[in-house]
Design a protein around this ligand. Structure first.
Ligand SMILES: Cc1cc2nc3c(=O)[nH]c(=O)nc-3n(C[C@H](O)[C@H](O)[C@H](O)COP(=O)(O)OP(=O)(O)OC[C@H]3O[C@@H](n4cnc5c(N)ncnc54)[C@H](O)[C@@H]3O)c2cc1C
Length: 374
């Protein structure tokens, strides 16, 4: 192998690419991770950090199982990263709460979680709590909170520490991380992929496209499709305060350093990652109804970031049949799924069995049937 060759090229150094590249390196592969750099849209650097099970996968039982599997594998990933890199990713997984502000919302959550449990016919733990039971877990809730749903497998982590730990784990195993390398073209000759970036050329017999929204343009170059769209989320960050929130909620979490993150919206605004005052006000109002003490805590910053969404919200995991050795991977819950991406999915990319949970998740499900012309 010369200096520009490796076993695998991973294109896109967000959380999905970093998890996979780390997993592939753990399996003994030489890995080069090519990333566009700071100019790109990067959900991995703007997300909310939840490892979240409750409520995910309505109508998609295999996705429920895949998410459950990742949540169960998360403690081992966090331990391995700490042992190998010394970076504590601040995983806390004692459960997560979805706070409800009226009875209809609570009834709707109960019905949805029951449907999810019935859909997989297996253990899908959750509890529905009234105001009093919620207050025992979170004494700072306000009177508007009628109750909450508790998912005991839910938790949160520090997304930036996670990214750092994965990249450090990768480089400690000999992997290369190349930033400022937007991939322009991919050619396939004699079983090898030749990749041209803005700043160099690289080759490998395997290539995994994990470029988030960039996958849309890259996937067709290797006979695949990645019909993904941006969806904006906005997050407010408040100053550090004494720890008061032991359980992350879907809308408010307290980080390891004590600051508060409040989010997150879901906005269909194209490739626009700015913040909007109206949306931020809406986010803040709901958070203050849940935790009235937030009204007297200062906001220090806010950001918008773009989710990588498919039309049905589910991932795409696909191997190219036209160009064997090429894969596309994209999902909108890259933090939650980091543990299965670094393990089961990496094995599949190395030639192992396709995990049964992900069988439905090819882009072929979006093909529009063409009507027959007689
Ligand atoms: C506001 C918000 C909150 C979220 N909260 C959560 C949460 O709580 N829990 C959870 O599990 N998930 C959450 N997510 C989703 C999670 O962040 C994403 O699933 C994940 O970041 C997507 O990762 P990715 O690596 O596919 O994409 P990205 O993070 O967008 O990374 C894509 C990378 O590809 C690179 N790239 C693009 N094009 C090219 C190219 N041509 N060549 C080379 N490199 C390229 C870019 O530089 C970038 O680094 C949230 C997302 C948002 C926006």
């Amino acid at each position: 192998m010369n200096g520009n060759e490796s076993d695998v090229l991973v294109v896109g150094g967000g959380i999905v690419g970093a998890s996979l590249a780390y997993g592939l390196a753990r399996l003994g592969k030489s890995v080069r991770l090519l990333d566009e750099g700071d100019v790109a849209f990067r959900a991995a650097r703007g997300n909310f950090g939840l490892v979240w099970v409750q409520g995910k996968g309505v109508g998609a039982p295999t996705y429920v199982r895949w998410t459950l599997r990742s949540a169960a594998a998360w403690p081992a990933l966090a331990r391995a990263l700490l042992e190998e890199t010394g970076v504590d990713v601040e995983l806390e997984q004692r459960g997560g709460l979805y706070m409800c502000l009226d009875e209809d919302e609570l009834d709707g959550r109960r019905a949805m979680l029951t449907q999810l449990r019935d859909s997989i016919g297996a253990d899908y733990p959750f509890e529905v709590l009234d105001h009093g039971a919620t207050a025992k877990l979170c004494p700072e809730i306000g009177p508007d909170v009628v109750g909450a749903t508790l998912g005991p497998l839910d938790g949160h982590t520090s997304p930036l520490r996670l990214l750092r730990a994965l990249l450090q784990g990768l480089t400690q195993r000999g992997g290369q991380v190349a930033s400022g390398h937007k991939v322009k073209d991919v050619a396939h000759r004699g079983g090898v992929f030749d990749v041209t970036t803005e700043s160099g050329r690289f080759s490998a017999p395997r290539i995994v496209l994990t470029a988030g929204l960039g996958n849309r343009d890259l996937a067709p170059k290797v006979g695949l499709a990645a019909p993904v769209q941006p969806n904006r989320g906005e997050i407010l960050v408040c100053e550090r305060v004494q720890p008061f929130l032991r359980y992350p909620t879907l809308h408010v979490r307290q980080t390891g350093e004590g600051s508060l993150q409040i989010g997150d919206s879901k906005e269909d605004v194209g490739f626009d990652d700015r913040t909007s005052r109206i949306e931020l006000a809406h986010i803040a109002q709901r958070a203050v109804r849940i935790f009235p003490l937030l009204a007297s805590i200062n906001v220090v910053r806010a950001w918008g970031a773009l989710r990588v969404m498919t039309a049905d919200g589910l991932p795409i995991y696909e191997a190219s049949t036209r160009f064997p050795g090429a894969f596309v991977v994209t999902c909108h819950s890259g933090i939650t799924l980091a543990a299965v991406h670094a393990d089961d999915l990496s094995r599949w990319i190395c030639g192992g069995e396709r995990p049964p949970e992900i069988t439905p998740f090819t882009a072929r499900r979006f093909d529009v049937p063409t009507s027959r012309v007689h």
